[in-house]
Design a protein around this ligand. Structure first.
Ligand SMILES: N[C@@H](CCC(=O)N[C@@H](CS)C(=O)NCC(=O)O)C(=O)O
Length: 206
């Protein structure tokens, strides 16, 4: 299996797929592509027909788009989603909401993993995104998160979808409710998130 990813500093979508691969424990070759270079598009199109990363390659099959990759992996590793059907439906809902929404947050607080950039004043739209994300986290943690520190107790695709948001909140010093802050700390302490952040910091120094 190969996972084609963008820079660990910047590529939040790559991070989500990478976390899903890591959670499977399956051997996987990482193929990095530098973003923001003159030949980036050409390089990406060698692998991914959408011209976007991440892209997973296995058995001659290309799977692109972070959520499609997570779903592909979950067919073989169903433990990536919560086991209870109702919890799984909620986990899919919040993952899809993350995947298709929060444009203001993504534009105004772009990911620079491990950087410290406090002082950005969010627009009303960005503040609304931040409030909605905290509402999602509080609802999931309250209703489903009893068995562990994550949204549905155990580490799941839903947490992987929000992990880059936790990095952004850390980078931009976003003030959070106590419950959201505690959840964010749990995600940031996850060993796979730590590993991604460390690699991003090495990229910054290179
Ligand atoms: N919906 C896609 C979004 C993928 C995406 O926008 N990837 C960015 C990197 S984070 C990309 O490949 N950009 C192309 C470029 O920078 O040229 C997903 O979930 O994977």
């Amino acid at each position: 299996m190969q996972l084609i990813i963008g820079d660990k500093r910047f590529s939040s979508w790559s991070m989500r797929a990478w976390l899903a691969v890591k959670a499977t424990g399956k051997p996987c070759e990482e193929v990095p592509v530098r973003l923001r270079q003159p030949d980036t598009r050409t390089q990406i199109l060698r692998w991914s027909p959408s011209g976007k990363l991440p892209c997973l390659l296995e058995h001659g099959l290309a799977v692109w788009d972070s959520l499609a990759i997570a779903e592909y992996l979950a067919e073989e590793f169903p433990q990536l989603w919560p086991q209870d059907a109702a919890a799984r439906a909620l986990a899919r809902s919040v993952s899809a909401e993350m995947h298709s929404g929060f444009a203001a947050l993504r534009n105004e607080m772009s990911m620079d993993a491990g950087a410290s950039l406090p002082g950005v004043m969010p627009s009303d739209a960005c503040a609304a995104d931040i409030a909605r994300i905290q509402m999602i986290w509080e609802d999931c943690r309250r209703d489903q998160g009893l068995g562990g520190p994550y949204l549905f107790g155990a580490w799941s695709i839903a947490d992987m979808m929000f992990a880059p948001v936790c990095l952004r909140f850390e980078t931009y010093g976003v003030a959070l409710t106590p419950l959201a802050q505690a959840y964010c700390q749990s995600v940031l302490a996850h060993p796979h998130v730590q590993a991604w952040k460390k690699a991003a910091q090495l990229e910054r120094q290179a």
